[in-house]
Design a protein around this ligand. Structure first.
Ligand SMILES: [Ca+2]
Ligand SMILES: [Ca+2]
Ligand SMILES: [Ca+2]
Ligand SMILES: [Ca+2]
Length: 415
């Protein structure tokens, strides 16, 4: 059958259900076949993954159609990497082609002493990139074109940003940004206008050097809250969102010595968000179980390796209990802590990576429903790519070359 001749008479809309391809979440892809024979696959907006690919169908039979759709689907499902190269003042874009391997796109130049993060700021289902330009006191915004290239928007002034977090603070379905301004002792709050521009809210002073920031709804009022790590005070500021880009400050929460990074997730499955923090002076992590009101109950600290840096949360062994990965800069390895579901962890053997690992990210790179881990080796200008075996152990792929001093790694679809 020549289906394209049929399509010239009737536009087709096909609901295409992709089952079992996205871990715990089922993905629904909507495929639109245009009169010209173009195929557009769009991801459901509620999906965790950003499935979005366009292609042209050339076959003449239904069998051709099926195989070409599957090829498009597979291409869409391999995730990409976005890496902030701190020393090079640019961003590496690596498009996933399966098996934990990547095709390198041109670097995206941004500001000095940067970190890079991803989010969809203009709601076109294509991931965008935002960078903290620490030496320039601003952030760069790059709207994704959906093919691993980007269109720059005007930079937005903030403070001496060293970290940022992304979320919809005012519930208008447009992503907002919070930056931790290290030397300014405050955070900047940028409300997204939905087109890659932002409306700047008043800075929130926190009275001490800030170094890391994360967003989550800590008190379950459907207004996102902000946690800011203050290394000189060895504590966290807890800012409960008012739903309009302003905040009400809860009492600070003490952690360990010289905290470096934090992550938010529900470790004990009580629907109250919890926090984990790396304490670089103690070689351990603090585990803070949320009480659901913006206060926390501190658990026994969990030992990790030397000089722990960034920390990431994910379910590495698919038992619906969140696990933790920590980059140990002093050891050149990562700690893997499998969650027991109650805020305690079972420590797996350390996994060797490169020199001075700092950033770490968790995501499924090879489409086997098992989370994988990517680590940036700051001193090597490489990434370690560790494909998950599903039990908290990993199979290492060859290192991937990036720019100098990778200090942030993101997993998602940019192409
Ligand atoms: Ca918003
Ligand atoms: Ca809240
Ligand atoms: Ca919890
Ligand atoms: Ca788990």
């Amino acid at each position: 059958m020549d289906w394209k001749n049929q399509l010239t008479k009737t536009p087709y809309l096909v609901l295409f259900i992709i089952l079992g391809a996205v871990g715990v979440t089922t993905a629904y892809g909507l495929i639109t076949i245009t009169l010209a024979g173009d195929v557009i696959i769009e991801g459901d907006t509620q999906m965790e993954r950003n499935l979005n690919v366009e292609g042209v169908i050339t076959g003449q039979t239904l069998k051709d159609l099926e195989s070409e759709l599957n090829a498009l689907k597979d291409a869409a499902l391999f995730k990409d990497l976005v890496v902030g190269n701190n020393q090079d003042a640019d961003v590496s874009i690596l498009l996933g082609i399966g098996g934990g391997t990547f095709v390198v796109k041109p670097d995206v130049p941004a500001g000095n002493n940067l970190d890079a993060y991803v989010g969809d700021f203009n709601n076109d289902f294509k991931l965008d990139v935002v960078t903290t330009n620490n030496d320039n006191d601003d952030v760069s915004i790059f709207l994704g074109n959906g093919d691993g290239t980007f269109t720059a928007k005007p930079n937005v002034p903030v403070g001496s940003a060293v970290d940022l977090a992304i979320g919809d603070l005012n519930n208008d379905f447009k992503l907002d940004v919070v930056t931790a301004n290290n030397l300014d002792n405050d955070i900047s709050v940028l409300l997204g206008n939905g087109d890659g521009t932002f409306t700047t809210m008043p800075d929130v002073p926190l009275g001490s050097r800030v170094f890391s920031v994360a967003i989550g709804d800590l008190n379950n009022d459907n207004k996102l809250d902000v946690v800011v790590l203050k290394p000189n005070d060895d504590d966290l500021s807890i800012l409960l969102g008012n739903g309009d880009g302003t905040f009400t400050e809860n009492p600070d929460v003490l952690v360990g010595d010289d905290p470096y990074d934090l992550a938010i997730g529900d470790l004990n499955n009580d629907n109250k968000l919890d926090i984990v923090v790396t304490n670089s002076g103690d070689n351990d992590i603090s585990v803070l179980l949320g009480n659901g009101d913006g206060t926390f109950t501190s658990q026994t600290d969990v030992p990790v390796g030397a000089s722990p840096r960034n920390i990431a949360i994910g379910d590495l062994n698919n038992d619906f209990k969140l696990d933790v990965v920590v980059a140990n800069a002093g050891d050149g390895d990562i700690s893997v802590l499998l969650g027991n579901g109650d805020g305690t962890f079972t420590t797996m053997p350390d996994v060797p990576v490169g020199n001075n690992p700092i950033p770490v990210a968790i995501g499924d790179l090879d489409n086997d429903n098992i989370p994988d881990v990517v680590v940036g080796n700051f001193d090597d200008a490489t990434l370690s790519v560790l494909l998950g075996n599903g039990d908290g152990t990993f199979t290492a792929k060859p290192d991937v070359l990036v720019g100098n001093n990778p200090r942030s790694v993101n997993i998602g679809h940019v192409g």
